[in-house]
Design a protein around this ligand. Structure first.
Ligand SMILES: Nc1ncnc2c1ncn2[C@@H]1O[C@H](COP(=O)(O)OP(=O)(O)OP(=O)(O)O)[C@@H](O)[C@H]1O
Ligand SMILES: [Mg+2]
Length: 356
C-alpha cells in the first residue's frame, strides 16, 4: 500500500519557513544571512532590507555582550544549542523582547547559527504590569493599614476615655440612687435601679473590650505573649472554642511596631477562624528562641481548600504583607489534623532572645 507520509527531503521546508508565525533566521560571520518575513518584521524591516544586518546592530546595548558570547560559544562548538531571552531593537527604537532557540549548523560549508525566535514583548510587558500592580497594591495596603491604625487608636481613646468616663459617672450616680432607695417605701424605685447598676457595669466592660480590640493597650502593658494569650482566650470564650495557648521566651525587646503587626495578623486570623473554619479548637504557640520568633496558630476546622475563596478577599494577602513589612516569613497551609495552620517566623535581634 502506498504510504501517505512524505520523505524528509520532500517536505517543502521553504514554504513552511516563509509562512511561519515564528521568526526564522540564519547568522554567519555575525550577520543575518537569512530571515523570514516574521523575523524581519520583529525589527520593523522588510526581509530583503533586513538580511545583511549585523547582530550587534539589532540588539540593545546591554544585551550585546551576552548575545555575542552565546554566538561565539556555538560557533566555536563549545555548545550546540542555546535557548535564551534577549532584547532586540526595533527600527523605531522600541525594545523587542525575544525568546530565541538557536543552534550551530553548517551553511555553505562553514559554521553558522540557525534559530527560531518568538516575540514575547507583550508577555514581558504584561508580567511587568502585573508586578507593578502588585507593588501598587502593596503600597496601598500599607497605607490603608497605617491609616486604619491611626483611626483605630483615635476611636479607642474616644471609647475608653470619653464613653468609658461617661458610663462610670452614670454608674456612680446609679449606685447612689440604689443606696438612697434602700429606705422603706421606695422598693419599686429600688427594684428598677439595682439591676441598672449591673447593666451599667456590663456596658463599661463591653466598652473596655471594644477599646482593647481597637487599640490593644495590653500589648504595651503586658507585652506580646500576654496580650495574644488574652486575645485568643477571649476569642475562645466568645465563640465557644477550646483554646490551647503556649508562650515561651521573652518578647520584650521586640520593636512595638512589629509586636503590633503580629497582633493584627493574629486578630485577622481569628476573624477568619470565626468566619470560615467551623472549628472547635484553636492552638497558639509563640516562642522566642534560637534567634527567631516563631508563631503558629492552628485550628481544627474545614481547612483552607474546603471553603470557597471570596473574590476580592484580602485578609491572607494583608497578613502576608504585614509579615513582610516587619521582615518575617508567613505561610498559611493545611494543618495535619485537617484544619488550617498559620506560621510566622521573624528573625530576632540578639537582645530579644533570653540568655540560655
Ligand atoms: N481558618 C480558615 N479555615 C478555613 N478556610 C479559611 C480560613 N482562613 C481563610 N480561609 C479561606 O481562605 C479565603 C481567603 O481568606 P481571606 O482572609 O483572604 O479572605 P476573607 O476572609 O474571605 O475576606 P477578607 O478580605 O474580609 O479577609 C477565605 O475566603 C476562606 O475561604
Ligand atoms: Mg479574612
Amino acid at each position: 500500500m502506498p504510504t501517505l507520509a512524505l520523505a524528509f527531503d520532500d517536505v517543502p521546508f521553504r514554504a513552511i519557513a516563509e509562512q511561519s508565525l515564528a521568526g526564522f533566521y540564519v547568522v554567519q560571520d555575525e550577520r543575518f544571512v537569512y530571515a523570514n518575513d516574521t523575523f524581519a518584521a520583529m525589527f520593523g524591516f522588510e526581509r530583503t532590507a533586513f538580511i545583511g544586518r549585523r547582530i550587534v546592530d539589532c540588539v540593545t546595548e546591554d544585551s550585546v555582550d551576552e548575545v555575542m558570547h552565546n554566538y561565539q560559544r556555538r560557533i566555536s562548538g563549545e555548545v550546540n544549542a542555546i535557548h535564551y531571552v534577549t532584547k532586540g531593537v526595533h527600527r523605531d527604537g522600541r525594545v523587542v523582547h525575544l525568546e530565541l532557540h538557536a543552534s550551530r549548523v553548517e551553511c555553505r560549508g562553514r559554521p553558522a547559527i540557525a534559530g527560531v525566535a518568538l516575540d514575547i514583548t507583550e508577555r514581558v510587558q504584561a508580567q511587568a504590569s502585573v508586578r507593578e500592580s502588585r507593588e501598587q497594591l502593596r503600597r496601598l495596603l500599607k497605607h490603608i493599614n497605617s491609616t486604619r491604625e491611626i483611626e483605630r487608636a483615635r476611636l479607642a481613646r474616644e471609647v475608653h476615655d470619653v464613653l468609658g468616663g461617661m458610663l462610670s459617672s452614670a454608674k456612680f450616680d446609679l449606685s447612689r440612687i440604689v443606696r438612697r432607695t434602700a429606705a422603706p417605701g421606695l422598693e419599686e424605685l429600688h427594684a428598677i435601679a439595682a439591676p441598672l447598676v449591673e447593666l451599667m457595669q456590663d456596658t463599661i466592660e463591653t466598652a473596655r473590650s471594644v477599646s482593647e480590640e481597637l487599640r490593644p493597650a495590653g500589648l504595651d502593658l503586658l507585652g506580646l505573649g500576654a496580650a495574644l494569650t488574652q486575645a485568643v482566650e477571649r476569642f475562645g470564650v466568645r465563640h465557644g472554642l477550646a483554646t490551647d495557648v503556649r508562650c515561651s521566651g521573652s518578647f520584650d525587646a521586640l520593636p512595638p511596631a512589629s509586636a503590633m503587626q503580629i497582633y493584627r495578623i493574629v486578630q485577622e486570623a481569628l476573624t477568619n477562624v470565626a468566619r470560615h473554619a467551623e472549628a472547635t479548637q484553636i492552638e497558639l504557640q509563640l516562642s522566642a528562641k534560637a534567634g527567631a520568633l516563631v508563631l503558629r496558630l492552628a485550628d481544627n476546622g474545614r481547612g483552607l481548600d474546603a471553603t470557597p475563596r471570596r473574590p476580592g478577599a484580602i485578609g491572607l494577602f494583608s497578613m502576608a504583607e504585614r509579615a513582610r513589612d516587619i521582615g518575617a516569613t508567613f505561610h498559611a497551609r493545611p494543618a495535619g489534623a485537617g484544619g488550617t495552620e498559620l506560621l510566622l517566623m521573624l528573625p530576632l535581634p540578639a537582645s530579644v532572645t533570653p540568655p540560655a
